[in-house]
Design a binder for this molecule. Structure first.
Ligand code: 5GP
Ligand code: ZN
Length: 113
């Protein structure tokens, strides 16, 4: 499958890993927009939030647990952060392998839409 995040999971593309377990990978965004900007992905290929199935709900929980762990590891748990999922055209999704952006390290400002 021609999916860059699957290639990162498989080790066919390099990444800077923050944490990893058998279900979830957290790695540095190649083009960070904030001082801390990492991506949380399931190792299983799921194209977008729209494609999450009933059987994936525990995996979504694992992703949220990884957010907590990565935030602590990266030192932004107390200062706070933003967790974003871009879905589809209006969400400006560019990589069609489910991911959360975990962003922090500065005041991010109010959402403006
Ligand atoms: P999206 O717009 O789909 O929500 O976000 C995709 C994100 O993946 C972007 O922030 C982009 O910088 C990041 N990205 C795209 N290709 C790569 C890559 O090959 N390696 C890493 N580490 N990040 C990538
Ligand atoms: Zn994939």
């Amino acid at each position: 499958m021609d999916c860059i995040f699957c290639k990162i999971v498989n080790g066919d593309l390099p990444s800077t890993k923050v944490l990893e377990n058998d279900k979830v990978l957290v790695f540095q965004n190649i083009n960070p927009e904030t001082p801390v900007h990492v991506l949380i992905i399931p190792k299983k290929h799921i194209a977008s939030m729209n494609d999450v199935q009933e059987e994936d709900l525990a995996l979504i929980g694992e992703m949220h647990r990884a957010v907590q762990e990565a935030a602590a590891e990266l030192g932004i748990a107390e200062s706070g952060y933003r967790l974003i999922n871009n879905c589809g055209p209006n969400g400006e999704q560019t990589v069609f392998h489910l991911h959360y952006h975990l962003m922090g390290g500065k005041r991010l400002g109010a959402l403006t839409g």
